[in-house]
Ligand binder design. Sequence first.
Ligand code: ADP
Ligand code: ZN
Length: 743
Amino acid sequence: MASIAKVVVEISLDREFDYRIPAHLQSVIKVGTQVVVPFHSRELRGFVVGLANHSAFSDKLKEIAGVVGEKPLIPDPIMKLAYWIADYYCAPIEHAVRTVLPSAVRKRGAQHKKQLVVSLVNDSGRRDACGTEAVPQEARLPEKQQMLIQILLQHGSMTLSELKERGECSDSPVRTLEKNGLVTIAESTIQRDPHAGMELLRTKPFDLMAEQQTALDIINAAMDRKKPGTVLLHGVTGSGKTEVYLQAIQHALDQGKGAIVLVPEISLTPQTVDRFRSRFGNCVAVLHSSLSEGERHDEWHRIRNGEATIAIGARSALFAPVENPGLIVVDEEHEPTYKQDESPRYNARDVAVMRGHLENCCVVLGSATPALESFSNVRSGRYELAEMLQRVDDRSMPLMRVVDMRIEAEKEGRPQIFSRELVNGIYDRLNCREQVILFLNRRGFSSSLQCEQCGYVAECEACSVSMTYHKREHKLLCHICGAEKKVPDRCPDCRDPDFKYAGMGTQRIEEVLERLCPNARVARMDSDTMRRKDSYRRVLDDFRIGKIDILLGTQMIAKGLDFPNVTLVGVLYADMSLHVPDFRAGERTFQLLTQVAGRAGRGEKAGEVIVQAYTPHHPAIQAANSLDYEGFCSQDLEFRKELSYPPFSHLVLLTFKGESEGDVIAASDRFFERLERILPESVIHSPPMPAPLARAKGAYRYQIMLRCEHTVKMTKPIRHVMTSFRLPKGVSLSVDVDALSLL
Ligand code: ADP
Ligand code: ZN
């Protein structure tokens, strides 16, 4: 029996502390148990994250004071996952423990919320008397108390807080009623069901299309194997992936196992959740950021006690305590939102594969445009592939056309926002009361230098990424190799002096639209207009019932939306996302175009997509145009291989931040110097340089980028330097393993 517990204390400390386990607690304390420990002069809550027989501090150890709750809060496999995350992503274990256990659960411990419930004494008798005349006894009560009785007569028992709210009073009149024996106040456990009162009609499984059946067979066969492994489900938009997930989950349930479904936050619309709930009813628990803390707490416990066996939610739902999961689904697996942008900077897709491995459970990664990492895992035989290349019910894929905006500018004598073709397309749809989606991919802050006349974009000669304009130095910088260029005052290609920074927002488009079609009802959807939580749903509802003709927006409208009456999708400045200093720019563009195009023609009527671009022949645009996923992958992988980018390497990004630029430079240089001495030869690295986002929120940012086939060859030396490295005051360091954003 272990005598020492390693405890992580619930205040932001990155360390484990050793405590002695008292004899009477030996049998209850396990990894994951929540405990109370003496800490300096206080008592604090903490978690046991490890057990040991010896401690380097044996003679001065304090004892654990007590245990909170009966079961360990963190089940064993999830604790293992936390350790793996801490190790792989170079994060403190405490951050990892925080991540695997929702704060709502951590704070309230294993207790359900206890509420005080007020009930009338001899309730039924009063109710009979109430209809005719006032009960004499009550007539003598003070007015407030009378009113409370009336409320209870009308609504029955309710919580003390609710009663006080309705009666607009404090505790005291209720307590007086209790003292006089008119009401009782008792503690009782209340479970908050976020879906209370929303019974859904149960759906039956569809008869599957041939491709769906084949995909399901592959997944089910994987589930039935001793070592289930990972399946990549590549299914075009509208191919019916969700139905395959649903039936695969049924297969897991049939074997007495549970399931976890991850969806990107943005597609976690009520409709998505409803599809799962209306198939499986109450055994679905939803872990969603817009639930209240109390609701999240209760949903978590419904899973923990086995009442719910299917968990669905965004990133962190991966850590739902589903016991014995048979299947983990990661929908839209290519989505960057699966990566957490604070420590631990984990990618839920990759951790899902790890959880599958630890729990011997099948993992399905689904997407119309799988990440190149996943695709190359299929090529190398690590993942199995299931493909669905047809839409359900023989609906055709939308017809896509690329309009060359350089020619358009020539024709009209100046750069155009809307091509003639797109304008006519919009007029046509408005005339026959069909709907239009317009998409403008206005990503990021960093302006690229682009010529509106000929489409020239300033690119680094050595790195085939576009250069970033650094405003402070008024220079073009390559973020990959550090190359510098002077900012030209006219276009180097066509000598056009009107050369400028590309930058066109949805707001300006909206204005132009108002002039082009004054009678159309236009709604704009971007992070500026969607600040309020319910506005997203409201606009989509209006669009669904036809109150809106044209929906204009950013990435927000690119995925998941299913509106049968949308027959035209227009993409403005399709190449905008190509000119970010990121080797994934092509992949992102291809994914976005494919996803947006997928919004068209989902009903009976065929869909059309018009893509406006200045570089219409770019491989990413051409591949999206011809629906050629594999072709795109092959081409992009070649370029990645040549330059040793992921998936041919892992990438670690160290970012130093601080308000004093001098301190940031000094710290990053010193760190690099020590790191370089112990880096294995196989690690590609470059000295610290300003990040593309050189200053953010008042802090200067400098980066060191490392690339290597094996992550540990980078993280081990990094950790080694970190343990003895003192960052100057005001400078922070973040380590991003498998970084998705290079900003
Ligand atoms: P995806 O997620 O691949 O874009 P969905 O799962 O949203 O596709 O499916 C598209 C539409 O087809 C949905 O309305 C769904 O209900 C319907 N559908 C899926 N499978 C079938 C099927 N086998 N028979 C009939 N309709 C189906
Ligand atoms: Zn370069």
